[in-house]
Design a protein. Structure first.
Length: 156
């Protein structure tokens, strides 16, 4: 790594943290990373702890936290407040959202299984496709309208 008085250039930080250079710039724009110092040649020079911070951000994303939620956590910590309560609240909310999403996916899986049973009974290789796009899909019940709100009763 190119270390200049305990400062790293953007490429070295990106490589060590396992992200792209543009990701670092994006995190900087969002306020997830503090603005780095600049070298005489105007290169961004990041503190070593930036790598740990980026890894923390990526771990937070991996468990389903948004970048905005992660920023809230980092802001709490920077203002001397313990963020663990906030993290637990967010974790509870995301856990409930995952349960809803799993129920939706199970319902869509059942609907697709029923559709596949019907499609297999038809000779789709010699069949002329009807409908505006493909009647096999068009005949399925509409589930997209309430997809985010809950399980569509038509698909259950």
């Amino acid at each position: 790594m190119a270390i200049d008085n305990e400062r790293l250039k953007v490429g070295a930080v990106a490589k060590a943290a396992g992200v792209g250079v543009q990701t670092l710039h994006y995190y900087e724009r969002l306020g997830l990373l503090p603005k780095p110092e600049r070298s005489a040649a105007n290169y961004r020079l990041y503190a070593l702890e930036t790598i740990r911070r980026v890894r923390f951000i990526k771990k937070a994303q991996a468990i389903g936290l948004t970048l905005e939620e992660t920023k809230q956590i980092l802001d709490l910590k920077e203002h001397g407040r313990a963020p663990c309560r906030k993290v637990a609240e967010l974790g509870e909310r995301h856990f409930a959202e995952i349960d809803v999403r799993l129920a939706q996916l199970r319902a869509y899986r059942r609907a697709l299984a029923r559709a596949l049973d019907d499609w297999r009974k038809q000779n789709t290789t010699t069949r002329k496709c009807a409908g505006e796009f493909c009647d096999l899909i068009e005949r399925l019940p509409d589930g997209h309208k309430s997809f985010k709100k809950g399980v569509d009763p038509l698909l259950s």
